[in-house]
Structures are given as C-alpha cells and as structure tokens.
Design a protein around this ligand. Sequence first.
Ligand SMILES: Cc1cc2nc3c(=O)[nH]c(=O)nc-3n(C[C@H](O)[C@H](O)[C@H](O)COP(=O)(O)OP(=O)(O)OC[C@H]3O[C@@H](n4cnc5c(N)ncnc54)[C@H](O)[C@@H]3O)c2cc1C
Length: 390
Amino acid sequence: MQSKFLDRNDIAPYLNEEQLEFREVVFRALEKQATPEYLRECDEHKAFPEKLIKFVADQGWFAVTLPEQYDGVGGYLEMVGMLEAMAYYSSALARYWNINVNMVGGAICSIGSLELREKLIPPLAAGKNFFAFALSENGSGSDAASLQTTGKVDGDDIVLNGTKMWITGANRANHILTACRTAKMENKQAGISLVLVPSDSNGLKINPIDMLGGHLIRTCEVVLDNVKVPTSMMVGDLHKGWMQLLSVLAKERIALGAICVGAMQAAFDLALGYTKERKQFGKSIASFQINSHKLADMQTSIDASRLLVYRGARLLADGIPCNIQSSQAKYFGADTYMKVATDALQLMGANGYSMEYAAQRHFREAKLFQIFGGTNEIQRNIVARDLISN
Ligand SMILES: Cc1cc2nc3c(=O)[nH]c(=O)nc-3n(C[C@H](O)[C@H](O)[C@H](O)COP(=O)(O)OP(=O)(O)OC[C@H]3O[C@@H](n4cnc5c(N)ncnc54)[C@H](O)[C@@H]3O)c2cc1C
C-alpha cells in the first residue's frame, strides 16, 4: 500500500530504527486483519471485533507501555506509532486499547496496590482481561469532579450507588474502574475514590447506548445499585483517587492525538486515491486546482498534527512534564481529523456520502474525538490558562 504513513523521514527525528520498524509491522499486519469489509460489517451490526482484538492480543500489543516486571514491553514512542497504525484501520480498536492500557492499566500501575498490579496487569498485557473507565455521569461531564455516584465504606467493603454515562466498552469489560464520592469535602476534587468493580457484581447493570459512530466498541450506561466491592479493589488512596489519577491524563491525550493522526491519514489516502481515479469534464478531479490545493492542505495539516503527537510522546518518554503539549496534540489532532474527514467526504461527492466507502465512517467518528477525553474546549482552557498565567 502507498501511504504517506510509511514515509520514514517525517518521524525519523523522533523514532529509532526499531521503533520505526515496529510501527510499520503493526501497519502491515493489520492491513490483512482489519479489512474494509470486516470493519464495515462490524460497524453496521454494532458488533465487537472479536477476531481483531484476539489478533492484537496474540501479537502482544496490549503489553505496550506496561512495566516489564508484569510482562510489559516498549514505551510511549512505540505506543504512538502503534496507535497511529491501529487507527489507520479502526479508531475504535485504538480507543479500546487506550481505555484498557493507558487509562485503567496506567492507573493500576501508577497508583494501584502491589496486589492489584500483580493480579491484573499480566492478564491485561496478554489481552485476557479487559477494563472500562467510568467517570462521566449525566450531570457531570467536563466538570467531572462534581460527580454524584456514592461509595460508602462499610467495614471491609465499599458500597456504590449511582449511574455512569458514556462508558466505552463497559459491556465487554471484566472490571470497571469507577469514580465515586466517598466523602463530601470543601474541594470537590477531594473525596473522590476509584474502585475496580467486577462486571459480575450483584446490582450492576450495563446498557449500551446508540451513538453516531465508533460502533465496534459500544458506549454504555452503567447503573450501580448497592454494588458491594471489597475495599482491596480500590485503586489509589481513599478520597484521593481523582487527584492521583491526573498523572495518567497527559499520556491519554497524546494517545488520542496519535489515534486521530492515523485515522485522518486513512481518510486522506482514501480521498487521494479516489480523486486521482475519478474523472469529470474529461480530467481527473485531483487535477482541478481547488481540489489539489485541498489535498495539499490536508496532508500538511496531518503532518503538523503528527509532529505535535511525536513531540509529546518524546517528552513523555523522557519523563519531562508535558501537560500543555499533550492538550495541544489532542485538540489539534481532533480538530484536524474532523476537517480532513469533512474534506475527504466532499472530494468524493455522493460516493463519500454513501455507506459503501469509509469516508462517512471517518466523518462520524472524527466528531467524537472533539468531545471525549476532555472536550477540545477544555483542552484549549488548559493551554490558554498556562499562556495567560505565565
Ligand atoms: C464516544 C464517547 C465515549 C466516551 N467514553 C467515556 C468513557 O469511557 N468514560 C467516561 O467516563 N466518559 C466517557 N465519555 C464521556 C466524555 O468524557 C464526556 O462526553 C466529555 O467529558 C464531555 O462531557 P459532556 O458530554 O457532559 O459535555 P458538557 O461537559 O456538558 O459540555 C457541553 C459543551 O460545553 C462545553 N463546555 C463545558 N464546560 C466548558 C468550559 N469550562 N469552557 C468552555 N466550554 C465548556 C464543552 O466543551 C462542550 O462543547 C465518552 C463520550 C463519548 C462521546
């Protein structure tokens, strides 16, 4: 396959030979496994891509970024290369990886007990234990710390009550990392704890919600009605979970930026191939200057998004704080994916709007990246606050 994805010069300043090789291995392996027909079938039937997840697990890719002592491999530069490659085929697959490994795996590794790490991280690395992360509620989205779900400590147990919304992959998870209020304190960020709720707990109900896109991995409502979990399933300290969790968010935003870059490159490649082939007025439509300039602008903005992602990943890999750079990579990537997906669909005319081609899927899926993982407005607030306060 011819794709700008494979142009090594673009990212050579950030990746060594092995990392470049790994990124390409993932890209080429998924070309065979994640065919447009298979992905379209799963999308249309809102079916979990069982076969694809098993393939990813068998390759050992769920282990990327996890600590070596728990069978993990590779770091953040391997992560962004891999996520870009996965998202080239399916952003839903890459998002699923991100929730499992970055969000929940990352939380367990950085603030979880030794017992939880030893029990849950090796099966995660092997792709045999899956997670979801339940923070949002109907009344608390961007203002996540105003959550109302309660967790009442009762001896050695904690009893949870409340309803979580928009939870990615909850219907396929073995455990749901659930944020709940364990104490009312003056500062709303304090008094929040994180509890790993086993999905077979009594009183737990999971209801998939119909969304605009990303159907391979369902987005769910999670209802907790007197769900009792041992306090040993708490990740982080009692009342301090929210504040401790903030450390994993930079990693997540860079991952989301990488997912947008891979997906937008695929949308672009589709449109480029189409416009070169499609003839109107006796010429290929790519030869009309308005279209060729659009294509040039699309690839240039994809390259710019990619550079923001690799800059962030390099900082993460070197242990340099990158809260601002990660927000920039996330919101620029999501806005650019939306623009590229819109332009790709327009360049393909009615075929772009038909279910036959993946342009419509990109158009639907790009939008979700501007909303989740902290909306783009919230990311801009983070960057602006830093600019103004310095
Ligand atoms: C497909 C999908 C998957 C998701 N997966 C998960 C998941 O796995 N786990 C989970 O916990 N959540 C998940 N979410 C929820 C997601 O995190 C929230 O949707 C997001 O945080 C925004 O919250 P909200 O939808 O309630 O919007 P609101 O917070 O109500 O915001 C509505 C609008 O107001 C803007 N706004 C709000 N506050 C400000 C402000 N201070 N300044 C400027 N603008 C502002 C927002 O940017 C947005 O445009 C998912 C969402 C989607 C769409």
